[in-house]
Design a protein around this ligand. Structure first.
Ligand code: SAM
Ligand code: SF4
Ligand code: SF4
Length: 350
């Protein structure tokens, strides 16, 4: 493998909207042990659904190599996602490999948490810095309905509790808010985690992919979520942790911690979008709403050097113009705009 240096073509590159590449999201599997109605609805992703065959999936060596190339370009943050990343065998080995890459200072994982009781300790030991657990409701029935599974939130809650004893630098809980589905349980979820150090982030239901029956009437604007939580507990706004942070932060006036809201639909943040995504089968995807990606796997498997792969990435990033959400919010026919071809969320991760 050839050595890259800081004079590599990818270093300092920005896209057409002057956005550098700062973080890389890596989808390690397209499979999942849940069937969330807004992501992988059971009626489509049933028994017969054909997931990627094993040879198509990037190996840990290949993922590490891509991450190294991005690290040379200045990417210091990685997020492991999926599908459900904890169903990928030996995931802790990958995290260990990634945490030893020069320049990578922060590795986060997004998980539905079902397998966290089994893996939390190993994940911490392997070098995972931060944890995001998706949990749409602590109500048994709503959880079942949204996750498409017959079990309630117990495993996920046990996993989060265990993780809080393990000294991760942050633990967040993602709640996708869907009108008429879980919007009446937001206060209970906030109350459950208030004072525990776990930060709950309420996310607007997005029109990702083409299979989740999205429509605008199911989106609860973050401003509304904020008002509901504020009227129950009292909130005040907090400055972002860093430029380009996707969540708007609020703290409880009584000092019991904070929450966040992510307004991907009502207040898009494309202007600050510095995220590249690597799909399970090795495509580089430059937007959550893209219709496809550029194949890096062939380059990885055909003997191309790191420098050549870096040039491919440079070419893609320097021509990037993605700003789907910002453009969508300017449309008069908002809903028609959302019906185009898009990659699925489980394939590139959130
Ligand atoms: N399986 C893992 C999990 O659920 O955390 C990781 C992959 S999942 C695709 C990543 C994140 O995307 C989750 O927090 C999930 O709730 C969120 N997500 C999936 N579909 C969404 C949608 N239509 N709108 C908003 N968020 C969504
Ligand atoms: Fe699976 Fe996560 Fe999608 Fe739910 S949101 S179906 S847990 S990948
Ligand atoms: Fe980034 Fe695309 Fe989302 Fe805009 S719509 S914030 S460009 S991923």
């Amino acid at each position: 493998m050839s050595k890259l240096s800081r004079i590599d073509p990818l270093v300092g590159i920005t896209d057409k909207l002057k956005r550098p590449v700062r973080d890389l999201r890596i989808s390690v599997t397209d499979r999942c042990n849940f069937r969330c109605t807004y992501c992988m609805p059971e009626e489509i992703f049933g028994e017969r659904y054909e997931f990627l065959p094993r040879p198509e999936i990037l190996t840990f060596e290949e993922i590490e190599r891509v991450a190294r190339i991005f690290a040379v370009a200045g990417v210091s943050k990685l997020r492991i996602t999926g599908g459900e990343p904890l169903v990928r065998a030996n995931l802790t080995d990958l995290i260990q490999r990634l945490s030893s890459i020069d320049g990578i200072s922060d590795i986060a994982l997004t998980t539905n948490g079902y397998l966290l009781p089994k893996f939390a300790e190993g994940l911490k030991k392997s070098g995972l810095s931060r944890l995001t657990v998706s949990l749409d409701s602590i109500d048994e029935n709503i959880f079942k309905k949204m996750s498409g599974r017959p079990h309630g939130p117990k495993n996920t809650l046990d996993g989060i509790r265990l993780a809080t004893e393990l000294d991760f630098s942050s633990i967040k809980v993602n709640v996708v808010v869907q009108r008429g589905v879980n919007d009446h349980t937001l206060i209970d979820t906030a109350r459950y985690f208030k004072g525990t150090g776990v930060i709950v982030r309420f996310i607007e239901f997005m029109d990702v992919g083409t299979k989740n029956h999205w429509d605008l009437s199911q989106v609860v604007p973050s401003s509304e979520v904020m008002e509901v939580i504020d009227s129950e507990f009292g909130l005040e706004s907090v400055a972002p942790n860093y430029e380009g942070e996707v969540a708007n932060r609020y703290r409880y006036k009584d000092g019991d911690g904070e929450i966040g809201v992510i307004s991907s639909v009502t207040k898009p943040f494309c202007g600050n979008c510095t995220r590249a995504r690597l799909s399970t089968d090795g495509k580089l995807v430059t937007c959550l709403f893209a219709s496809g990606g550029t194949d890096l796997k062939s380059a990885l498997r055909s003997g191309q050097s790191d420098k050549e792969i870096s040039s491919i990435i440079t070419n893609i990033w320097s021509n990037r113009v993605d700003q789907y959400s910002a453009l969508r919010s300017n449309q008069t026919n908002f809903e028609a705009y959302t019906k185009g071809d898009k990659v699925e969320m489980y394939y590139i991760g959130g």
